[in-house]
Design a protein around this ligand. Structure first.
Ligand SMILES: [Zn+2]
Length: 115
């Protein structure tokens, strides 16, 4: 078999099934977190505690949106591709943060990047 240089993204050496499992586990965890937070929100509590819950809920929703976006990229075979420059994101970065969207140079070029 001749190795083409136009290997489809889904056929690269990344173990996409591993990432899918990781993302689905994380998604389940976030859903359970949101459900338990919504139960807690029904109980009366101090304002400070309510603010903590609101922050946790917002964080879990954001994480869930990131996970869904990553699962969508998996389904479209664009997982692991930088959204800005189209370069492959190194696998060590993906393993550390499976929901990551950008390669390191692009992330550093973002105005929101905090270091
Ligand atoms: Zn990039």
């Amino acid at each position: 078999m001749v190795v083409s240089d136009q290997v489809p993204i889904g056929k690269r050496s990344l173990d996409l099934e591993w990432f899918r499992r990781e993302l689905e586990q994380e998604r389940q965890f976030r859903l359970e977190q949101l459900i338990s937070l919504s139960y807690q929100a029904e109980a009366p509590c101090s304002t400070a505690l309510g603010e903590v819950r609101a922050a946790l809920t917002a964080g879990a929703r954001r994480a869930l949106a990131e996970i869904d976006a990553a699962l969508f990229r998996l389904s479209r075979n664009t997982f692991g591709v930088c959204e800005l420059c189209g370069q492959a994101i190194p696998s060590y970065r993906l393993i550390a943060i499976p929901t990551i969207r950008l390669c390191l140079p692009c992330e550093r070029s973002q105005p929101s990047h905090q270091d």
